[in-house]
Design a protein around this ligand. Structure first.
Ligand code: NAP
Length: 319
């Protein structure tokens, strides 16, 4: 007896999502995991019109080209730097992401890293647990309140970071690609000029080809021996080799990092540094935010299959 093919739409899952998203998605769609050997391992590609991927995984030109019926790439994240936008446009594929819902948590993480770094919270925890406290005092730390905070990339997350730091009576400066309306926040012409002014430099710019190494060796050096660097953007936006060299030599005081090159197999030299706080890309990783991000992915899928306007399109299809 032959079984009729499912009439439910197929959605290709390039990267996993939590069960609370998969359960409702399975009610509406046939979910197909991308095989380890890529699209060649699929039974058929003719009926795959949508795929879901993460910011870290994206969708490259080869994957897009291998799916001739593809109409939607739904990114579970705000950063779409790993999606080949040119290939998507060439094949007339829409791209959606999950903006806004994660802004607050990612901004909170930038503050958490800055505070942990300046006040040596992680070192203090180890100091108390080890019993060292009974024998000596911990070294004094650096203030965050009242310092100068420079933000590279004043987008949604950059602005949210600035607003939070303003609550610590800091001075705010920024560098942004395009001009921003006048405010009490001071605009700088280059990331290096901003770094020379700032005590803490926070990188919140989008990833992608244009921003690779935007925070270069000279910008890192301009931060100076007391300067702290925080990165919640992408590992690519900082010259990581120059950063590690500056941390090893004491050219800057420390770094709080949520993002790296080669995640999760990050450069092991980070593990030997005493002046870093390392976070395994946890910016948006709260229950509430991940649920909101999943809901947005599902809303974009539902709109796509209903032929309605996509709620959060980065790229729309041409008619
Ligand atoms: P957004 O509102 O779109 O802001 C993007 C920022 O990057 C803006 O300042 C924008 O400048 C700038 N930018 C974009 N393309 C650029 C280019 N080619 N050259 C120079 N500057 C450029 O995005 P968002 O929601 O704030 O997110 C920012 C980034 O945070 C994401 O792209 C992602 O990489 C990262 N992120 C990290 C985590 C984490 O878990 N650590 C979570 C979410 C997001 P303009 O104002 O000139 O456009």
């Amino acid at each position: 007896m032959s079984v009729a093919p499912s009439s439910r739409p197929k959605v290709l899952m390039v990267s996993p999502m939590p069960d609370w998203d998969l359960a409702p998605m399975r009610e509406a769609y046939d979910l197909v995991d991308l095989p380890a050997n890529g699209p060649d391992g699929l039974d058929t590609v003719a009926d795959i019109t949508a795929l879901v991927t993460s910011g870290g995984r994206g969708a490259d030109a080869a994957l897009i080209a291998a799916l001739p019926a593809l109409r939607l790439i739904a990114v579970y994240g705000v950063g779409y730097d790993k999606v080949d936008l040119e290939a998507a446009a060439r094949h007339n594929v829409a791209v959606t992401n999950t903006p806004d819902v994660l802004t607050a948590d990612v901004a909170d993480m930038a503050l958490a890293l800055a505070l942990a770094l300046a006040r040596r919270v992680v070192d203090g925890d180890a100091f108390a647990r080890s019993g060292a406290w009974a024998k000596e005092s911990m070294p004094l730390t650096a203030s965050v309140s009242g310092c100068k905070v420079g933000i590279v990339g004043l987008g949604r997350i950059g602005e949210a970071i600035a607003r939070r730091f303003a609550g610590f009576d800091t001075e705010i400066g920024y560098w942004n690609r395009s001009p921003k309306p006048p405010s009490s926040w001071r605009a700088f012409p280059t990331p290096a000029a901003l770094a020379a002014w700032a005590d803490i430099l926070v990188v919140a710019v989008a990833g992608g080809g244009d921003t690779v190494g935007l925070v270069d060796a000279s910008t890192i050096a301009a931060l100076g021996r007391d300067g702290l660097l925080v990165n919640i953007s992408r590992g690519t936006t900082i010259d990581e080799a120059a950063l590690i060299a500056a941390l090893e030599s004491g050219a800057i005081a420390g770094a709080g990092l949520d993002v790296f090159l080669n995640e999760p197999a990050i450069d092991p030299r980070f593990f030997r540094l005493g002046n870093v706080v390392l976070s395994p890309h946890q910016g948006s990783a709260t229950m509430a935010t991940r649920q909101a991000m999943g809901a947005l992915v599902r809303a974009n899928l539902a709109a796509h299959f209903a032929g309605e306007a996509l709620p959060t399109a980065v790229v729309r299809r041409r008619k």
